[in-house]
Design a protein. Structure first.
Length: 297
């Protein structure tokens, strides 16, 4: 299987993207999250958007699902004009599978997509007008091209007493135990390693979201974190807020996806010169991913 780093939404960044990936196995292409700029990233990498067969959405935030509406209109069969899911004129070619937890799938339509997609020329559309919905029940796994995929529920945005659903992915081959196991955190809010330690330990390759705010790279101290995502200084175990002590084996598995532009401007949060790739190597991480980077497992 080939994994390509796509980049996704621009919630925190104008130049740098995070946490969207394309999996390729055989004739199928599986998109993990479709943020605001993911369709553009796909085109920039010369990937034909019409060849994507499956889309997974981890949660509703714009940098993970904001590109779905554009994707729907780009892929919709305007000539065939299907009006129902079972319409004979509907061709399966234009409609990719849309995979996510069953509760999230319902919320995705009702709260994120319905306003822009429910009105079609002459009829009321629904989610199945544009996609083939594939709801995944709690604690249920699914198989994709011989790979067994588990949804890993994590804490995301807390609004009063409401905790929003967000799901990472743990991927392992269903028959070949020698193939690498991969963990996509997708967006681990209020991150604590105890939440995902079992997956860290099982995985051979981890794609970890990582913000870099509040880090003084000269003194290797973390002065604050946003309270949103995992923080570089926190993961590295620097002195400061909620520092962690990840073991060296786990760190070597971690490929970090950052949120802030100053990382590729070779500065830290305080404007000090910093080569973040060298810093990541020094601190024992696999490194920071870049758009277009490929992994073969």
């Amino acid at each position: 299987m080939k994994i390509t780093v796509l980049g996704c939404g621009n919630a925190f960044s104008d130049k740098n993207f995070n946490q969207s990936f394309l999996l390729e196995e055989g004739e199928r292409k599986f998109l993990i999250d479709c943020g605001t700029r993911t369709p553009a990233s796909i085109r920039n990498l010369n990937i034909d958007i019409n060849t994507i067969t499956d889309i997974y959405i981890s949660h509703q935030h714009s940098d993970h699902c904001g590109g779905i509406e554009e994707f729907a209109f780009l892929r919709y069969d305007w000539m065939g004009m299907p009006t129902r899911y079972d319409d004979e004129r509907r061709t399966k070619d234009y409609a990719p599978n849309l995979i996510c937890n069953e509760i999230l799938l319902k919320d995705l339509w009702e709260h994120s997509l319905k306003g822009g997609l429910d009105s079609m020329q002459g009829f009321d559309a629904d989610l199945s007008t544009y996609f083939v919905p594939k709801p995944i029940k709690a604690n249920q796994k699914f198989i994709w091209q011989g790979w067994e995929i588990s949804l890993v529920q994590q804490i995301h945005i807390m609004t009063g007493s409401i905790i929003k659903n967000t799901f990472g992915l743990f991927i392992e081959h269903s028959t070949d135990e020698d193939k690498q196991k991969v963990f996509f955190t997708t967006d681990a809010q209020y991150f604590q390693p105890e939440q995902v330690k079992v997956f860290y330990d099982r995985a051979d390759l981890i794609f970890q979201d990582c913000e870099c705010v509040g880090c003084n790279t000269k003194d290797k101290k973390m002065f604050f974190k946003s309270g949103v995502h995992a923080n570089y200084g926190q993961l590295a175990g620097w002195e400061g807020v909620n520092a962690m002590k990840l073991d060296s084996t786990t760190k070597r598995k971690l490929w970090l996806s950052h949120y802030q532009d100053f990382v590729t401007d070779c500065e830290d949060f305080f404007g000090q010169a910093c080569d973040w790739d060298e810093l990541a190597e020094e601190d024992g991480f696999a490194g920071f991913v870049t758009v277009g980077q490929e992994f073969n497992i």
